[in-house]
Design a protein around this ligand. Structure first.
Ligand SMILES: [Zn+2]
Length: 323
């Protein structure tokens, strides 16, 4: 029987629109225990949060029973967060949580250090501490799901909005023309490769009468997503493959722009856009290879996120990882 030694863990919580995961995560970023609570949508904030609190209670109980020392609680919110007040600012899928005092509530209930992050920030911290960016000083993370998110970590710290351009990485224009973005500018990456932008590419192709297996997916009333597009690209659908090339082209434009501005050592790409395996990254690398050689490109690696679907959950506790 092994000697039982108190080991440091933290409670991570990833709030999601369908479900919320609460987990005990160790110092290596490994999930030791997890509980999935259903998210009740359309409820007031207190009622929305109640199942999450019960899940945290269970995790703390488990930690006590296994003589683990809980160092703190980290929360990942699917939206934007005021890092000073530790309140969500905008949570599009759970608007009742807007301005809800998550940090203060958890701190007074559990008497533990609390960190509340936007999901993309949690993800970049996770990749920096435990994943693909472990040994890098300046790390830029771009996640492409229904919307596009981006974050920069420098020397282990998130670069906050208001300093340089950061926090608004997604709103650095990539194209001089292009659809108008919610920020008022044209050509932001979000308007070029978000799921809405991809849907428009597909619609234009369908209007031109192009044949595609995507049509059958629409007839099945499936929700259009990067995953669905990737599945058809992997099966060899010409339209899906062409859209992937277009996405790769915009991503290389974005990477070029970001490298010039932020000088990252590593560029990590994550999110549903990677469902196609190496398809997209291979195209990105080919396009980069076709460019004239430059010292800028030799300084940077472009890699996929490696913590997978748990990246924001694991990253939410990155601040509690002991050096
Ligand atoms: Zn914008």
């Amino acid at each position: 029987m092994l000697m039982s030694v108190a080991k440091g863990v933290a409670v991570g919580m990833e709030i999601g629109g369908g479900q919320t995961t609460v987990a005990l995560i160790d110092q290596n970023g490994c999930v030791q225990e997890r509980y999935v609570a259903r998210t009740l949508r359309g409820r007031p904030a207190v009622a929305t949060f109640d199942p999450y609190l019960r899940a945290i209670d269970m995790m703390l109980q488990h930690a006590r029973e296994h003589e683990m020392e809980v160092l703190g609680i980290g929360v990942s919110v699917p939206g934007s967060v005021d890092s000073l007040t530790r309140r969500p600012l905008q949570v599009p899928i759970l608007p009742s949580l807007n301005n809800f005092p998550i940090g203060d509530l958890l701190e007074s209930r559990y008497q533990l250090p609390i960190h509340v992050h936007a999901d993309v920030d949690a993800a970049v911290l996770g990749e920096h501490r435990f994943g693909a960016g472990k040994t890098h000083q300046r790390l830029l993370f771009l996640t492409v799901n229904a919307v596009v998110g981006a974050s920069l970590v420098v020397d282990g710290q998130l670069e906050r909005s208001g300093r340089q351009y950061v926090g608004h990485v997604c709103h650095v224009p990539i194209a001089s023309t292009g659809p108008r973005c919610s920020c008022g500018k044209c050509g932001c990456i979000n308007t070029l490769i978000s799921i809405e932008a991809v849907k428009k590419m597909v619609q234009r192709a369908l209007r031109r009468g192009e044949e595609t297996t995507l049509t059958q997916r629409f007839l099945n009333h499936e929700v259009f997503s990067h995953q669905l597009l990737a599945e058809e690209a992997v099966r060899g659908d010409n339209l899906a493959l062409r859209i992937y090339r277009e996405l790769a082209r915009w991503l290389v434009e974005a990477i070029t722009r970001y490298i010039g501005l932020f000088e990252p050592n590593i560029f990590i790409l994550g999110g549903g856009v990677l469902y196609g395996g190496d398809l997209l990254l291979a195209q990105i690398r080919t396009l980069i290879g076709d460019r004239p050689p430059s010292p800028l490109w030799q300084m940077i690696e472009v890699v996929p996120a490696c913590l997978g679907g748990d990246v924001a959950l694991i990253g939410s506790v990155a601040p509690f990882a002991l050096l």
